[in-house]
Design a protein around this ligand. Structure first.
Ligand SMILES: *[C@@H]1O[C@H](CO)[C@@H](O)[C@H](O)[C@H]1NC(C)=O
Length: 447
């Protein structure tokens, strides 16, 4: 039985019905049987019970044991799924692009004004011409730390104006005595690669310019580039580009990548296999976001999911590139578990030629050469066990270390994709709070 159907656009894998689900529905079924019950009242009870069952059915999702607070995650996922399905419906009916509706709904629920507090001055400004929310501590040291932050959302969703990111950046600014600049780069589908990358690169160059450092009282020796998910992808790409730019006077001291997306050649890493239907980032959703970002034909999704685009007979991918994302060698065995690589001898020819950005290091930072990685700053990489992107992060950790970069890998055994940024939702607490505190603690010790 398929519980997930979508008309077009963002899809989710369909988990098959499980015994657990039937058990749950059984437990919620109305107790009908007494013949003397007043009939309309009974009908009301039946209707109520059916509605309740329907809601429970929509929210309920079999989750792997060990994930932090599964019911809270299910609720979050149901909310997301509801948004996505509404978006897909609107697109199918010809109202608008599903991403637009999704963004409108998210900003309706989440956008907040730049409100200053007793501790922090908050303004919406421009950084190198790119919209940016800026958080400046009112007190503290004269010379401050500086953080440039890129939000997540699959290069298509999200904004620095969202409450979640506003709260995260505020907290960083207060606890680290740091000037934090949260960049609103352009989004897909209007903007496609390399637009997002170009925006954050221009903003990062402006951030490191003598003019901006001086104006905001930022210590040029204590700057950080950071981001989560797609923002972690952009932060890694910027750290590589600027690390190798010998014309720069000031460079980033550290890079902090939160469950980053780093490659699009293998959608069957151990973590993609293990977590293909774990909320909130499904395997199919990630493939869809990649295609949107790279401006590619969205119908290529099944090709990507089967690794047909990176089959061994694809001339555009050499052995060197393959070794950089060989997870069976790069990811520790306790995480690889029993999963086997999915390698196609022959696949769907011509995808890399049609979508050359698949091989572009600015889109897929895991493909960078060791001599580029060597020049990137000290790193923090957060990974979560219940995240399709876990192995993207773990492979990068290993490759950075092999290139001589000092790396801290905070791995959350009960973490899921997005947990840190959702820490401020009322229904989220444990792993979200722990991961956010761990991240800020690392910055406090290393920035
Ligand atoms: C993958 O490639 C194989 C071999 O060329 C082909 O038979 C199969 O249909 C392809 N699958 C998809 C999803 O394109």
């Amino acid at each position: 039985m398929c519980r997930r159907s979508s008309v077009s656009g963002v899809h989710t894998d369909s988990p098959t019905s499980s015994k657990d689900e039937r058990f749950l529905l059984g437990a919620l079924s109305p107790q009908v049987g007494s013949s003397q019950v007043w009939v309309p009242a009974m009908r009301l009870r039946v209707v109520g019970a059916v509605l309740l069952s329907a809601v429970a059915y929509y929210v309920y999702l079999p989750l792997p044991s060990g994930v932090s607070e599964p019911w809270k995650l299910m609720l979050l996922d149901a909310l997301f799924r509801g948004f996505m399905q509404a978006g897909n419906m609107a697109q199918a009916l010809g109202f608008c692009h599903h991403v637009h509706l999704l963004n409108r709904m998210v900003s309706f629920v989440e956008d907040v004004q730049p409100l200053s507090s007793a501790a922090t001055l908050v303004t919406d400004s421009l950084l190198g011409g790119v919209n940016t929310r800026v958080f400046v501590p009112k007190g503290g040291r004269k010379l401050k730390r500086g953080v440039i932050y890129f939000h997540g959302g699959g290069w298509a969703l999200g904004s620095a104006r969202m409450r979640s990111y506003d709260l995260l950046c505020r907290k960083m600014s207060e606890e680290l005595d740091a000037v934090v600049m949260s960049v609103d780069y352009r989004l897909a589908p209007e903007a496609v690669f390399p637009d997002q990358y170009d925006d954050v690169l221009v903003a990062a160059r402006a951030f490191l310019s003598a003019d901006v450092l001086q104006r905001y009282g930022i210590d040029p020796e204590r700057t950080c580039v950071s981001g989560d998910s797609a923002g972690g992808n952009l932060a890694a790409a910027v750290a590589q580009t600027l690390g190798s730019d010998h014309s720069l006077k000031h460079k980033f001291k550290v890079q902090a990548l939160i469950y980053p997306v780093l490659q699009a050649l293998d959608f069957n890493t151990a973590s993609y296999q293990q977590n293909r239907v774990v909320p909130i980032l499904y395997r199919r959703t990630m493939a869809h976001f990649w295609l949107l970002y790279l401006g590619a034909d969205l119908s290529l999704e099944p090709v990507l999911l089967s690794n047909n685009h990176s089959s061994l007979d694809e001339p555009g991918i050499d052995a060197g590139a393959r070794s950089k994302l060989s997870w069976s060698a790069l990811v520790p065995p306790e995480h690889r578990k029993h999963f086997q690589p999915v390698v196609r001898q022959t696949g769907t020819p011509g995808v890399v030629e049609a979508v050359p950005a698949l091989m572009d290091v600015r889109a897929a930072p895991l493909l960078a050469d060791a001599q580029v990685l060597t020049r990137t700053p000290k790193a923090y990489v957060m990974t979560c066990e219940f995240d399709v992107l876990r192995d993207d992060g773990m492979m990068y950790v290993r490759r950075l270390r092999e290139s001589g970069v000092a790396v801290t890998n905070d791995h959350y055994e009960d973490g899921f994709h997005g947990c840190m940024v959702f820490a401020n939702l009322p229904m989220m607490s444990s792993v979200g709070r722990r991961s956010m505190n761990g991240y800020i603690r690392w910055l406090d010790h290393n920035l």
